[in-house]
Structures are given as C-alpha cells and as structure tokens.
Design a protein around this ligand. Structure first.
Ligand code: ATR
Length: 278
C-alpha cells in the first residue's frame, strides 16, 4: 500500500516540500506520496485525528501550527521540546512523535560554507526561527552569540528561556549596528526583506568585518537586499535555500532512514524559484 506523507499549514499552496519529497521517494524507489494539506488554525486537532485514522506515515508542520501541534502528539523529541516547536512528525507504530529539524538544518547548511569554531555570531530576530537556530548553534563550539531584536526584551527572554545566559547576550538593533565589526557570522531570522518588501533591510551594514559570513533565512527573493549589500562589502553570503533543503533532508531521513541527495533537492527548489545559483 502506498505510504502517505504530507505537510499541514495555512497558507500551504506555496510549499515546495511536495516536489522535493515526491522526487526523493521516486529516486529511492519508495512507494510513497507527499501531499500539501490546507489546515486552518481551528482544524489542527481534527487533522491530527484524521492522520491517525488514515494511518499516515510522516508529515511536516508549518506556520501557524509548529507550537500548538505539540499538545496533540504522543511524544516530542528532546531537542524539539527545548526549541518549543515541531516541524516534523513521524508515526512510530501508531504513536505520533514530533521533531524539529529547522535549527539542525540551518546549522548543517551554514557549515557548508564556514566553521563555527570560536566564532562571534549575531542573530537578528527573536521569534520562532531565531529560537531553533539559537538552540542548535549553542551546541556548536561558537565563542559568543548576540541576539539583536527590534523588541530587545524579547531577545533577553529567548536567551533566558533556553538557559543560555553564559553563551548569549541580548542587544538592540542599534547596538548591533554600531558594533558590527566584531562579528564573524551574522544571521537574519526576521522576515524583513522578504517578498513583497524587498527594499527593506533588518539592519544597516556600515561596519561589516572583512570576510565575514552573512546569512539570511529568506529564500524569496533568492538574494535579499541585505545579502546583496553584504556581498558588495566582500562578505561570504548564504540565502535560505540550504536551510530549507537541509531541514527537509533531515525529515526525510527520520521517516525513511535514507539520506536523500541534497544537491538534487536544491536543484528542484532553485528551478521552482526561478534562480540558477544559491
Ligand atoms: P518566525 O517564527 O518566522 O521567527 P515570529 O515568531 O513572528 O516569526 O518572529 C518574527 C521576528 O521578526 C521577531 O523577532 C520580530 O521582531 P519583534 O519581536 O520586535 O516583533 C522580527 N520582525 C518582524 N518584522 C519586523 C520588522 N519590520 N522590523 C524588525 N523586526 C521585525
């Protein structure tokens, strides 16, 4: 019988997950199908019940369900529990168990272009994406992490809730802009610069350190104004595609125990987004 996989979210039509997972099933001769399911906020619990009844294998969870889904599962992996959000669910012999592959996917993607050893890292934003990334980065041997946010108090709350006060500190956006030259890696986790607000930048980049790494988790547009500006100043840049591909690849491996081909997944995403390179 065909194995059922999918992604639940609202909105969901834009999701590229069906293309990359269906292609990976085909590549690995797995008789599976991955479908997008439009699930509104108030239908989340019912959709999980439906999934159980249908005997579906695994599914991804996206906005706005990543936090609320946890209460409807039978178990949540330790990392996902710490992060406080689930983006991948697997049916383990009738028990639905939640994982979070966002932070690990981000770290894996950035490791393709830099090491974290003794690096001074700045994270812009203090929302859900920042939380997963901060948690995963804290497992790497970075020197120090600064979390800068428009609402500075939220940056401090985030650090405290993950018990990372010795590794991380909170900052305002202005403070980060003024001390930018001390950072080796700068990561934008906010939606500032995302389509259709492509003219916006999360911070100004006047004091960028030479040869630093600048990452933006946005992939629409493929190159945000923030990345363009950083590149102009000689920074090594990375967009959100590697994070997206790696979170999907880790989820695929959780479901199937097979490592899919990341390059192939990336090609599919790039084709879909109409770009040629990352
Ligand atoms: P996500 O789950 O995608 O991270 P989120 O939890 O809503 O989304 O968090 C959004 C982050 O982007 C927050 O850090 C938010 O800053 P505030 O905490 O001050 O709201 C930041 N953000 C969103 N729009 C912004 C803007 N126009 N300027 C600056 N920061 C913005």
């Amino acid at each position: 019988m065909k194995k059922l996989f999918g992604v639940i979210g609202d909105p969901i039509a834009q999701s590229m997950s069906p293309q990359i997972h269906n292609d990976a099933f085909e590549q690995h001769n797995i008789d599976g199908v991955y479908l997008p399911f439009h699930v509104a906020k108030d239908a989340l619990q019912t959709s999980v019940k439906g999934w159980r009844a249908l005997g579906g294998c695994g599914f991804n969870v996206t906005i706005p369900h990543k936090v609320k889904i946890m209460q409807f599962l039978d178990g949540v992996d330790q990392d996902a529990q710490q992060i406080g959000a689930v983006n991948t669910v697997v049916n383990e012999s009738g028990k639905l168990v939640g994982y979070n592959t966002d932070g690990a996917g981000f770290v894996k993607g950035l490791k393709e272009i830099t090491s974290f050893h003794e690096k001074n890292v700045a994270i812009i934003g203090a929302g859900g994406a920042a939380r997963a990334i901060l948690y995963s980065l804290s497992k790497e041997n970075v020197e120090e992490i600064t979390v800068a946010n428009r609402t500075e108090s939220k940056a401090l709350e985030l650090i405290k809730s993950l018990h990372l006060e010795t590794l991380a500190n909170a900052s305002s956006i202005l403070q980060l802009e003024e001390t930018l030259s001390k950072y080796d890696i700068i990561i934008n986790t906010t939606s500032v610069g995302m389509y259709p607000n492509e003219d916006e930048m999360p911070i100004s980049l006047s004091f960028l350190k030479k040869n630093c790494v600048v990452s933006d988790i946005i992939y629409n547009p493929l190159e945000t104004k923030f990345l363009k500006e950083a590149k102009k100043q000689g920074a090594i840049t990375q967009n959100g595609v590697p994070m997206f591909v790696n979170q999907a690849a880790i989820a695929f491996e959780i479901w199937t125990n097979i490592k899919p081909c990341n390059t192939r997944m990336e090609q599919i995403v790039m084709e879909h987004l109409g770009g040629k390179t990352c």
